[in-house]
Design a binder for this molecule. Structure first.
Ligand code: ZN
Length: 413
């Protein structure tokens, strides 16, 4: 499907360092070493509701990775999916009496507008679940050849024991896996399964649900096989990073890796599994079921500067869990006013050291709060707000910092 329009990102003269990222599988910071273009897969939305601040934090987080790689001189191939057919979408559509395809199209379009407003660089391939059904079917057939697929009634399941490395991505004990699996849309108690953790890869037809004809019989793909198939198609059997929110550590990313390992045992699938923290609001994780959502589109509709939303997000490290406070937004609005004032002077404090520090911070596990602090230091020195005389010894400072803010942080001021 169509993505959104790409922002024009300035090219910096200074090259950033190699990008290190925390890897959930090894629980260590890993320096990414792209072989050819840097390849990134980010798990996308299920379009049944508008983009909330938790989503925005995740997608802005991986946009920082995209930018850090570009600044380090890499070409980037970025793929993201849209799960435009799945249980939560169908349930929501039924609940509000809207055709599920209409709901999916509407919310996907709103998501595109939100991402564009936040200056997220669009994926090279934004791929829907429905349009990639043939890919999912191919992968299930490939898995069938390995004997890792079995039938329960009209549904096809993947045997997790077929992957000797199963569990390596999440590092969880079996008890925790079972708990999370039940919590996050799995069906550990279904009779007829060989292992409670086995996951559905092809769901047979149900009354009132859409299904597609296929060599596997009529039905629709499971969510995990969808991402595994799309990633393999567009990025190959080994790529640099699979990203998503930390609620995807298990089962989603573990299952994707499981499918891919069994289909192609020689390939690692993602070299790094990277996860963004969860955003809370009113004391609890932002989620549809709790109804405590702050929507990007609602803020945009009340004329909030999207760059202020983006700065408010950047003040939190992408991996940390944090709570959205309405006051964060107004603080960000005030900060941007200061930054714009400093940039309007033309000359300013020396920009060179700020460029080096910001690029280093972003290459070090996307440390946006450290980068924001460096920029703030430059603004304070330029405006003389530290009590010292303003330092305006660099005539081109404004041009350099403008370009830096956009290239590294996605802030176009
Ligand atoms: Zn996914």
């Amino acid at each position: 499907m169509r993505a959104w329009s790409a922002p024009e990102v300035p090219q910096l003269r200074e090259k950033g360092p190699a990008v290190a990222l925390f890897d959930t599988a090894t629980q260590a910071k890993v320096t990414t070493v792209p072989d050819g273009p840097a390849r990134l897969y980010v798990c996308g939305i299920t379009p049944y509701d508008a983009t909330h601040m938790g989503h925005a934090a995740t997608y802005v987080g991986f946009d920082l990775l995209n930018r850090a790689w570009r600044n380090a001189g890499h070409e980037v191939v970025f793929v993201e999916n849209v799960t435009d057919v799945d249980d939560p979408l169908l349930e929501r559509a039924a609940k509000v009496s809207v055709d599920w395809t209409e709901l999916a199209e509407r919310e996907t379009e709103l998501y595109r507008q939100d991402m564009q407003a936040l200056r997220v660089i669009p994926p090279d391939h934004l791929v829907g679940a429905v349009e990639s059904i043939p890919l999912a079917v191919d992968l299930v057939e490939k898995l069938e050849e390995t004997g890792s697929i079995y039938r329960v009634d009209d549904d096809l399941y993947f045997s997790v024991t077929a992957d000797p490395a199963f569990g390596h991505e999440s590092n969880l004990d079996r008890e925790t896996m079972l708990e999370l699996y039940a919590e996050r849309g799995g069906d550990p108690d279904r009779p007829g399964k060989k292992d409670p953790l086995d996951c559905v890869v092809w769901r047979g037809p149900r009354e009132g649900e859409p299904s597609w004809e296929s060599p596997l019989g009529p039905g629709r793909p499971g969510w995990h096989i969808e991402c595994a198939a799309i990633a393999r198609e567009h990025l190959g059997a080994a790529f640099d990073v699979q990203g998503g929110g930390s609620d995807l550590v298990f089962p989603h990313h573990e299952m994707c890796a499981g499918h891919a390992h069994v289909a192609d045992p020689s390939a690692p699938f993602a070299k790094v599994y990277s996860h963004a923290g969860m955003v809370a609001y009113d004391g609890e994780k932002m989620s549809k079921s709790r109804g405590n959502l702050v929507f990007v589109s609602a803020l945009r509709n009340s004329d909030v500067d999207p760059m202020a939303i983006r700065l408010a997000l950047l003040r939190h490290h992408y991996r940390s869990d944090w709570e959205w406070l309405d006051s964060d937004l107004w603080d960000a609005v005030d900060t941007l006013a200061d930054w714009r004032r400093a940039l309007s002077l033309g000359a300013g404090a020396p920009a060179g050291p700020v460029v080096t520090e910001v690029l280093a911070a972003m290459a070090d596990d996307l440390d946006a709060p450290r980068a924001v602090a460096a920029v703030q230091g430059w603004v304070d020195a330029t405006l003389g707000t530290t009590g010292h005389l303003a330092d305006t010894s660099d005539e081109d400072a404004s041009i350099t910092i403008h370009a830096l803010l956009d290239a590294a942080l996605g802030l176009a001021l």
